[in-house]
Design a protein around this ligand. Sequence first.
Ligand code: ADP
Ligand code: F6P
Length: 462
Amino acid sequence: MGRLVIVSNRVLLPGARSGRAGGLAVALRDALRGRSGIWFGWSGATADVTSAEPRIAQAGPIQYATPDLGASDFELYYNGYCNGTLWPLLHYRLGLLEFRRESLEAYLRVNEIFAEALSSLLRPDDLIWVHDYHLIPLAASLRSRGAANRIGLFLHTPFPPPPVFTTLPRYEILVNALASYDLIGLQTEGDRGNLCRTIAQHRQVELTPEGDVDLGARHLRIRAFPIGIDAAGVRNMAESMSRGPEARRLVQSLGDRQLILGVDRLDYSKGLPQRFEAFERLLVDYPEHRSKVTFMQIAPVSRGEVRQYRELRRELDRRAGRINGKFAEFDWVPLRYLNRSFGRHVLAGFYRHARVALVTPLRDGMNLVAKEWVAAQDAAEPGALVLSRFAGAAYELADALLVNPLDSDAMAEALHRALIMPPEERRERWRAMMRGVAGNTAAAWRDAFLGLLESELAPVLA
Ligand code: ADP
Ligand code: F6P
């Protein structure tokens, strides 16, 4: 077996806290366990210019190769094209999309420089696994430097249907770049269908029902691989950390109130204003819960240099102040809103004490928090999960209380139902969800993707 070369914009360096890393880096750290290879991607630091000479660090069998981004590429590539153009597009938020030609140019340039830096580290039998929307053109840039390796791409975000995707100016550059991969993985069947239709329309080709297509130079396969978590690891961590110092202080501070918990990056895809509104509706429509519940929303600042994210933060500050101003009592604060991150072990302890998890993104590739919360529950006394229908996780967690996050009245009803749900129903729903979460681990996800990437090609139907 050749080495595994993972390429992602965000790299979790050895010894770094995973607190603010987001789902992708946490999943890749789990996926690399027990393998030898390279993890290549942005160092997280800026320099005068984007460097083709990465910083190198070694930890056990993994080499970390992490180039710095030039200050102007940080602005144009990362804040601009990745987070100001592609992120809203892929999350169906056309009203937030900003396009500038120079950002697109920076995006393509950074991918070229990364390909140049990576090429010198590659061996012919390395298996290359690229991650996410930051690096869609990377395979084409590697191929133009002679790489004949098998190269796969996994997209952690949703993929919108063709009429949405093709609003992107010059979208054809990205669709053509996808043709340099051997395998593209998406989180759900819905996303897979959307990408297949986009390729079929743009390239005037027909894909097999499975998602195979011959694109001249290469045979491309497109499949859904819902990402999993290290469920046993989270369960063990939650079990021990539920008695840890932070969890004990949390429980003490709650008294006999029930905890509703939300944990997200501060991102407009996560539906936080709508979630705050739903909590407010709960307190208005079901006043019996006043003074009986506490809603804790943990939301560390993410991509704080991007205007839309700063505006969201201001809006949430306003709403949080309003809710507490309106409903707080001298001995009860309804909403605890924290713009900080916690270690994953601390979070696991919090998950276990949450009677209700509130996970209501407007659109999310998967949402690992939902799965982590399920894995962290006490089998004898699990809580209830209120989950957006528009999170990829809803495909697998059909036994959650599924809601439309734009309907704050329905979310308030679901919250009420979760808070009064009898223990037997909570256990039944949780057991069904846990079966799915335990059966699809991060390692199983990795093996399924890499197994197919390495496998011989199936014959293509004409
Ligand atoms: P995204 O990838 O969009 O950030 P996910 O829910 O898929 O969303 O993944 C988030 C990951 O980051 C999870 O593994 C979660 O434990 C971690 N995480 C999210 N919020 C926090 C936080 N406030 N502190 C620490 N870790 C967090
Ligand atoms: O999981 C989706 C994702 O966009 C990852 O690609 C990314 O690493 C994570 O969220 C956190 O965002 P960022 O890397 O921009 O801080």
